[in-house]
Design a protein around this ligand. Structure first.
Ligand code: NAP
Length: 292
């Protein structure tokens, strides 16, 4: 596959910073440019020396680009598309790395003129860290990237985005946007919600108890605090924009939690043991999948 001519990174946090490092390492483009709304962030990007140009204007960043990668919170993407519309080159491919897909597809696709391919994407890779300094090229290695293109999207454009993620070390899955959101609701969004909720509960405890919890936080709670330290804006936007799938899965989760509550109240050890044995199997399945 031919390399890209000019690639433009809009937003430069954990994901785009990591991807830009892949572009540099693997020489995937003749020219790379980046834009972020705050001067403070642009200065950080300049110091990292990953991209060829850091633009103060979004217009200069996207002009002549043949690939534009949106790496901002999902709630900010519509505004950005409206801003860059007048400067898009014919034939440009726009992709994003947002954690939800259906609402983005519904909002962004109608805005784009003919001759612009939009390939929604979601690299299932991340950490709880944010900002340009948190990026690293190995972030995507061995993980899945889900693409949710419209059925009329030219295959050539899809292949170019696939090529980029494969170069980053990712396995590619093509999926319907709505299905993506249901899968991610249970695999990522609800687990984050549970972590935000449990850690939130601790913030409400009386001071003495809170101190003890923090002191003895080995094991379970400590793992929750890592997840609950994720970027607040990104996660606010995930829940606001995937509310339907999250509420559906949350309903199921609450029912199952209530069943567990009942088992504990009724001292039903058999039910507890049966469930914990089943969940242990899920863990084994995940580990063996990772080793394949
Ligand atoms: P991040 O590290 O928090 O960086 C966010 C970037 O977006 C910064 O360049 C920031 O600009 C910009 N930004 C924030 N709010 C904005 C707004 N209202 N308007 C314009 N620009 C704005 O982000 P990230 O973790 O890389 O996440 C980026 C996207 O990837 C999100 O859509 C997220 O859902 C998705 N994603 C994240 C992960 C993860 O684990 N983090 C994993 C997969 C997908 P300034 O710094 O200049 O303000």
């Amino acid at each position: 596959m031919e390399k890209f001519n000019k690639v433009s990174f809009i937003g430069f946090g954990l994901i785009n910073s990591s991807l830009a490092q892949v572009f540099k390492l693997k020489k995937l483009a003749n020219k790379t440019s980046a834009f972020s709304r705050r001067e403070e962030t642009r200065e950080k990007i300049r110091n990292l020396n990953i991209v060829d140009t850091v633009n103060d204007d979004i217009e200069d960043c996207v002009k002549e680009a043949d690939l534009i990668i949106l790496g901002v919170p999902v709630g900010a993407m519509e505004g950005i598309i409206n801003e860059i519309l007048p400067y898009l080159k014919k034939g440009v491919i726009i992709t994003d790395v947002g954690s939800i897909k259906k609402k983005l597809v519904d909002t962004l696709e109608p805005l784009l003129p003919l001759g612009v391919s939009f390939i929604p994407g979601h690299p299932i890779a991340g950490t709880e860290k944010s900002g340009p300094d948190s990026g690293f090229a190995e972030l995507f290695n061995g993980k899945w990237c889900i693409l949710t293109p419209h059925k009329d999207t030219p295959q050539k454009s899809i292949d170019k985005v696939k090529f980029m993620w494969e170069k980053a070390g990712m396995k590619i899955a093509i999926m319907d946007a709505e299905y993506h959101d249901r899968v991610l609701a249970i695999t990522s969004h609800i687990p984050h919600l549970v972590a935000f909720s449990i850690v939130g509960t601790v913030t409400e405890l009386e001071d003495q108890l809170k101190t003890e919890v923090i002191k003895y936080s080995a094991g379970g709670f400590r793992d929750f605090t890592r997840i609950a330290a994720s970027d607040p804006i990104m996660w606010r936007d995930v829940f606001l924009n995937n509310s339907e799938a999250v509420l559906e899965m949350l309903g199921r989760f609450i029912e199952d939690l209530t069943a567990l509550q009942k088992s504990i109240r009724w001292q039903d050890g058999e039910s507890l043991e049966k469930l914990f044995t089943k969940t242990r199997e899920i863990r084994k399945g995940i580990i063996s999948e990772e080793q394949d």
